[in-house]
Structures are given as structure tokens and as C-alpha cells.
Design a protein around this ligand. Structure first.
Ligand SMILES: [Zn+2]
Length: 431
């Protein structure tokens, strides 16, 4: 019956190790956690980085001697960084086709490929092997499930599915992807029938779901992908009568999750986070991420554009993992365009960001501002006809798919935000 019993055993083992590690380091002391990180980094160097041609010169060096890179540098060197001989061009082609066809099953050999835009202007690729996905699933289950001995039904609302998320599916766990490319209200019937025990969605979607008043009884609500703002948190919490949890996951890894007290902690048993201070007095920093568990696409000293604010008061949950007060710097607005029936349709910033970076060959900065019900002012650098044409074409396809009327586009060169101001990619000034 089973074609590859050894492979299956390896996958189960990976799931179990991920699960155990997540449980083991939850209550450990800070000192033990740091010691674990040092040991895990040495293993990571000898087992994974030794296979990456980009890191050959650093194998005997401490972490602090490794270069700090960002998404642009990571993507430019993708072919040399990854340990599986994958080509960026081919991986991008597969990921973009998946985005456009909404079929997220195609893979690159045994590797699943995903695309993300994040907040920077560059396309990010995420590749993972089956073993990595199983381990991720075990780790995620241990951290996120309220009662992992009971069967669960996960409903996942997201812009794009990925085989990584599907890997949580097992005997006791059902998983269903709800595509945000389809209007939210059309999902309500299916959602009510499915009646998820765990509801996972971006904060703005959770808030909009509350307005549609679905008849569901989830046991746990988890906000992902966007900043969870206090007023949204309260609305969602009131409607569902429970705490709203958060998962901080991006292309660069599964970085954090909220504890039983509802406070966000970094997953420092799996990742090392160095701080690039923005404002030390206010505990505000950008994270430099080293992921100790990624083997296909190593993430080493990778600077994110996110802005985190640390909460230095110990959490009542007893965790020694860094506690985060808030994630800033991803504060985009939701745009509103009209459909043929003249109703407002919410356009999530994630769609806009992803469309722009997926369509432009070279774009460093951009901003989309909805200044009127049917007008978008779009700024970009380089301000070239290649970019304006690519953005126009990409957005037209997006709006067509979302069944909204095409707005007018006004292009202009990008203007940097004032110092200290948060960078927002997608803004709605029109109320
Ligand atoms: Zn806590």
C-alpha cells in the first residue's frame, strides 16, 4: 500500500521532533535558551550551511561575523544560498503561476514554493522540503492548538495557500483554505457548515467577518499577516467572546506566537533574533533573523523591515522568550472600490503589494494611495515606463478578478516618508 515507508517514517519523526521542541523550550530559563541557540547554530553550520556555497567562508566563524543581509541581497544570491541547487528564476516562475491560477499544488521537485511581498519592494521566495514542512507542522501544532489531543478543524483565510500550511492536515486535523481572492461573504455558507474549531485570518478579515456575523463557534481565533490593532482586537474579541491570538509568520520564518495570556513571544527555540535598534529607549527595533531549522533555504542574519516593540516586563505565563508589545511598520490600509452593483468591496493591501512586486522586474519603492472612490495615486522608484505599465497591467488583472470597477491610475515618483514616520505601502485618504 504505502510506497515509501521510510520517507513516511522520516516525516512523522520530523513532526514529532518539531512538536517536542516547541513544548520543551517553552518554560526553560533564559540562560538555557541561549545555550541551546549556540549549540543549535553550530549544528546548523555543520549540517546545513556547509551545503551552501554562499556561506562557505564563514563555517568557522561565530554568528556575529556573518554578513547581515536583507530580502534584496537574499534574493540576488538565492541560487548560491539554497542547499538544493534550486534556481531563482524557475522557483519564481512556479510561484507566480500558482498565484495567478490559484492552484498551489505545483512544486519544484520535492520542494514547495511560495511567494511573498512583505513590506519591501522585492519578491520573496519561500521554498521548503517535505521534512521541513512536517517539522514546521509539529512545531506549529504544539504552539497553536488549544487541545492537541482533540480533533480540530482549521479554517485558514489567506491571500495564497501553500503546501506548508496543508502539511498540518492529519488524522486529527482537518484544514480548509478560504481564498481571499473571492469575496468574503461568498464564503460564509461553507464556513458555517465547516464550523471551524480554529479560525485563522488576517486581522482586517477577522474584523470584516464579525460584521457578517457568521454562526460559528471557534475555540481559538488567530490573527496573522497584518498588524493586529487594539480597536480591531477588541471588536473581534467581543464578537467571538474570547481572546484573539497572534501568529507572526512571514517568508523568513515562523517568528512568534501569542501565549495563553494572549501576549506575543518570539520563537527563540527555533530562531535567533538580533536587534537593530531604532529607538532603544522605547525598545523599538528591527529584527535580524537567523532560522536554526530551515535547511533548504538558509536564513542567516536576515534583516526584516518590520518594526517590533519589546515588552521588558516578564509575562505571567513564565516564558523566557522575548515578549513583544507590538509589531509596527506593516500598517497598511484597506482600499475600497466599487463593484458593478455599486457596492464597496474591500481590497486588502496584501493583494496590492503582491501584485506590484510580482509584476515589476525592478522596483525599489512604491506606495499606492486611494485619493478618491475611483482614483489611485501610485508612486514608484525607479519611476519608469516599464514599472508604470507593469503595475497598470497587474492591477487591471487583479481588479478584474475581484470584480470591481477599474479605477484611474495617476503615477508619480516615490517620495520617502518623513523621518520617524511609519512606512505604509497602501493608504486610503478617501473616506
Ligand atoms: Zn506569555
Amino acid at each position: 500500500m504505502m510506497k515509501h515507508p521510510l520517507k513516511r517514517i522520516k516525516k512523522i519523526w520530523a513532526f514529532v521532533t518539531g512538536f517536542i521542541r516547541a513544548k520543551h523550550y517553552q518554560k526553560t530559563t533564559r540562560l538555557a535558551l541561549l545555550k541551546h541557540q549556540t549549540q543549535a547554530f553550530n549544528t546548523f553550520k555543520s549540517q546545513t550551511l556547509s551545503q551552501s556555497s554562499y556561506y562557505q567562508d564563514y563555517l568557522d566563524s561565530p554568528l556575529t561575523a556573518f554578513p547581515v543581509i536583507n530580502k534584496k541581497i537574499h534574493m540576488e544570491n538565492f541560487d548560491r544560498i539554497n542547499t538544493a541547487g534550486l534556481s531563482r528564476e524557475k522557483a519564481l516562475e512556479i510561484a507566480i503561476t500558482s498565484e495567478n491560477t490559484r492552484d498551489f499544488t505545483p512544486s519544484y521537485g520535492q520542494y514547495a514554493v511560495g511567494l511573498s511581498s512583505g513590506t519591501s519592494g522585492h519578491r520573496g521566495l519561500f521554498v521548503s522540503s517535505e521534512i521541513e514542512r512536517s517539522e514546521w507542522a509539529g512545531y506549529m501544532m504544539a504552539k497553536a492548538l488549544p487541545h492537541y489531543y482533540r480533533s480540530q478543524r482549521i479554517a485558514f483565510f489567506l491571500r495564497a495557500n501553500n503546501q506548508l500550511y496543508e502539511s498540518t492536515q492529519s488524522l486529527f486535523i482537518q484544514y480548509r483554505f478560504f481564498d481571499l481572492m473571492t469575496e468574503l461573504k461568498t464564503h460564509i455558507n461553507a464556513l458555517e457548515q465547516y464550523n471551524p474549531s480554529i479560525l485563522i485570518a488576517p486581522a482586517s478579515v477577522l474584523r470584516n467577518l464579525c460584521l457578517l456575523k457568521p454562526n460559528i463557534q471557534p475555540k481559538k481565533i488567530i490573527a496573522v499577516a497584518e498588524v493586529l490593532e487594539e480597536h480591531d482586537k477588541q471588536k473581534i474579541s467581543t464578537f467571538f467572546g474570547q481572546k484573539v491570538h497572534q501568529i507572526y509568520q512571514c517568508t523568513e520564518g515562523f517568528l512568534g506566537i501569542s501565549c495563553a495570556q494572549g501576549n506575543l513571544h518570539l520563537n527563540e527555540d527555533n530562531i535567533i533574533i538580533e536587534k537593530q535598534w531604532i529607538d532603544k529607549a522605547q525598545q523599538r527595533f528591527s529584527p535580524i533573523v537567523t532560522d536554526l531549522r530551515r535547511t533548504t533555504q538558509p536564513i542567516v542574519r536576515y534583516l526584516l523591515d518590520d518594526v517590533l516593540v519589546e515588552d521588558i516586563t516578564p509575562c505571567p505565563c513564565g516564558s523566557s522568550h522575548t515578549r513583544i508589545k507590538s509589531i509596527e511598520g506593516r500598517k497598511d490600509d484597506v482600499l475600497q472600490l466599487k463593484n458593478e452593483a455599486n457596492e464597496n468591496v474591500d481590497i486588502y493591501s496584501d493583494f496590492i503589494r503582491n501584485t506590484i512586486v510580482a509584476n515589476c522586474q525592478h522596483i525599489d519603492e512604491y506606495r499606492v494611495i486611494q485619493t478618491h472612490s475611483d482614483t489611485l495615486t501610485i508612486e514608484c522608484t525607479p519611476y519608469s515606463s516599464d514599472n508604470t505599465q507593469a503595475i497598470t497591467a497587474g492591477l487591471n488583472v487583479l481588479f478584474n478578478r475581484l470584480n470591481v470597477r477599474q479605477p484611474q491610475y495617476r503615477f508619480q515618483p516615490y517620495t520617502a516618508p518623513n523621518k520617524g514616520e511609519k512606512r505604509r505601502r497602501v493608504i486610503r485618504t478617501f473616506k
